[in-house]
Design a protein around this ligand. Structure first.
Ligand code: NAD
Ligand code: ZN
Length: 351
């Protein structure tokens, strides 16, 4: 059924992206010539949705972040040669952020760049990873160290993929949705706080409106700053402390970012007078994300200050002026140290 499909166009500096909301996988064959296209997906998606891929050329990857590496890109390139892919071939990434990041990357370098599009299948890929044109691979401990910025030609949303998404991946996606609401849109925040993970999963209308709103929100930030010189930094809300925690503890990305957002909200309250920061804690818990954790403040602070966003004795941090309005704010390292230490103690005390 494609009756209800909605198409929008997002314009970036060098290109436009056709976005097909509420579409179906079958509609892909109208966008590309099956014989001259190669789908890249992962084993989980292939085993759950295999029938959809009939008669397509498919490359199936091992799932997971551990495979978002150059070795996998090389293996994809070998298989593309096997499929006799040339400059006129379209690559289609059907999967979560790992698949879309790899697909965009390989499409940017194969024969110096070929056409590509995405069918995001995880909530996180739908609202975040497939939007903005960033792609790439990890190198050792360095996430996304190698890659390029290049927009896909199209994004196709088939919400039926979400039926098989594991719970943990739902909350990972909601961490980024809550982030977008905090930095950009108070009305989305209100919608989130008036619902919860279970109620939204059951209500396709609200779910699709949230996904579509988030595509527009993220695209609006990217359009203002496609090559990451300013505004795009707002998207790092919760991610500075989040990344430091993620490298040190067994946390998913969404869980680490949730803890980072709680920290940044507390900081915003103290430094910028943010009101109702407690609502951020409330909303995170409604989407089964953690809000307290005890951690080694010294170790985490050391990792945090090795972060690339540091400028001399200050560090740029994304704070909230109010819910729905993020700002980049320089913070002195000794002040930050004090807050990190207080936050880790606070969490120990409340455990
Ligand atoms: P992922 O691709 O690893 O997917 C998470 C898990 O869900 C995987 O096991 C996958 O097989 C499974 N999965 C995906 N869709 C499914 C479905 N419909 N049914 C059942 N299982 C399904 O990771 P992710 O969380 O989607 O994305 C994280 C990645 O995205 C990271 O590598 C991150 O760096 C990247 N990312 C990129 C950007 C960007 O701007 N390019 C932004 C945010 C995140
Ligand atoms: Zn993130």
């Amino acid at each position: 059924m494609i009756d209800s499909m909605r198409k929008i166009k997002q314009l970036f500096s060098n290109t436009s992206v056709d976005v097909y909301f509420d579409s179906t996988f079958n509609h892909l064959s109208k966008l590309v010539d099956k014989k001259n296209a190669v789908i890249i997906t992962d084993e989980n998606i292939f085993s759950l949705h295999g029938s959809k891929f009939r008669n397509w050329n498919v490359i199936t990857l091992k799932p997971g972040e551990a495979f978002k590496i150059q070795l996998t890109a090389d293996a994809i390139i070998e298989q593309l040669i096997g499929f006799e892919a040339d400059r006129s071939t379209t690559l289609i990434g059907v999967g979560g952020g790992v698949v879309t990041d790899l697909t965009g990357y390989v499409a940017s370098i194969y024969m110096r760049g070929i056409r590509f599009g995405f069918v995001p299948t995880s909530l996180l890929a739908m609202v975040d990873a497939s939007i903005g044109g960033k792609n790439g691979v990890d190198v050792g401990a360095y996430k996304n160290l190698v890659g390029s910025i290049r927009q896909p030609s199209f994004l196709l949303y088939d919400y039926s993929f979400l039926k098989t998404l594991p719970n943990i991946e739902w909350s990972n996606g909601f961490a980024e949705i809550i982030k977008h609401a905090c930095i950009l849109d108070h009305s989305s925040f209100k919608l989130l706080i008036n619902n919860n993970l279970q109620s939204i999963k059951k209500d396709k209308k609200i779910l699709t409106s949230i996904i579509e709103k988030n595509v527009v929100l993220k695209s609006s930030v990217v359009k203002k700053d496609e090559f990451e010189k300013g505004d795009r930094k707002l998207l790092n809300f919760g991610h500075t402390l989040g990344h430091a925690l993620e490298t040190q503890y067994e946390l998913t990305h969404g869980q680490a970012v949730a803890l980072g957002m709680v920290f940044a909200a507390g900081l915003s309250e103290q430094i910028l007078g943010l009101k109702k920061s407690v609502e951020i804690i409330q909303v995170l818990s409604q989407y089964t994300l953690p809000t307290i954790a005890s951690f080694d403040a010294e170790r985490v602070f050391n990792i945090l200050t090795m972060d690339k966003k540091r400028v001399s004795d200050k560090m740029n941090f994304v704070l909230l002026k109010k819910i729905g309005k993020g700002v980049v704010h320089p913070i002195k390292l000794d002040t930050l140290h004090k807050y990190v230490s207080a936050y880790s103690h606070l969490n120990k005390a409340s455990k």
